[in-house]
Design a protein around this ligand. Structure first.
Ligand code: GRF
Length: 222
């Protein structure tokens, strides 16, 4: 059991470059941030994010999914052992490219967050920027949500939006969306660990959040 008032012990699960992981590590180093990043786990032994985490002084672990073949639960039990060893209280998925079973998701119900590069419930799954452009949406963005067994579907904690430009490409859009991701992931984690997020009927209720008055209109109307 963690001590009362102690900063929550968070693990970040990655598979790739780990820029969201980097943003969370940076935020957690700020004075008064209520969570500490105590472990980064990658299922990919060569993930770039592992180097980044080590450089930032965060312990890392590799839990490769390959030796477990199609046995996803065996892989997840290995993950869980690592998480228990470090007394992890909360998980942040950050570009973690494995689907999780209902068993694992159930174990971490209400304590596992994910970041998705689109305004959910639009564009679940992969290639969100290309699909947003193909659909011709004028507003796009990012979402942080709790993880539930259905992919990219859990209660939404925070979202950030931006306007799509007529000459945007998936690459240019990704470059702007990722900056929003870095902002809202640290914010969402903070709100959750501060106990300000309640899940009611599958939706997040966030105490004392004032309405945001500024509107994003695309194309510009003035
Ligand atoms: C991000 O766009 C995230 O939303 C998605 O995967 C990407 C990971 O990027 N789930 P990074 O590894 O955090 O840089």
């Amino acid at each position: 059991m963690a001590k009362k008032g102690a900063r929550k012990r968070v693990a970040i699960l990655i598979s790739g470059r780990g820029s969201n992981m980097g943003a969370l590590i940076k935020a957690a180093k700020l004075k008064n941030y209520p969570a500490q990043i105590v472990l980064v786990i990658s299922n990919e032994p060569n993930a770039e994010g592992l180097k980044r985490a080590r450089k930032a002084g965060v312990p890392t672990a590799i839990v490769d999914h390959r030796p477990h073949g199609k046995n996803r639960e065996a892989f997840e039990r290995a993950l869980d052992t690592e998480l228990a060893r470090h007394k992890i209280e909360l998980i942040c998925l950050a570009g973690f490219m494995r689907l999780l079973t209902p068993w694992f998701v159930g174990r971490w119900n209400g304590s596992m967050l994910n970041i998705h590069p689109a305004l959910l419930p639009a564009f679940k799954g992969l290639d969100t920027h290309a699909r947003a452009l193909a659909a011709g949406v004028k507003i796009h963005g990012a979402t942080v949500h709790f993880v539930v067994p259905e992919m990219d579907s859990g209660p939404i904690i925070a979202q950030a939006a931006l306007g799509v430009a007529s000459n945007d490409t998936p690459v240019s859009l990704a470059a702007r969306v990722i900056k929003l991701e870095h902002r809202i992931y640290a914010l969402a984690l903070k709100l959750v660990v501060q106990g300000r997020v309640r899940i009611v009927g599958g939706r997040c209720m966030i105490g004392k959040s004032a309405p945001v008055k500024s509107a994003l209109v695309v194309p510009k109307d003035r």
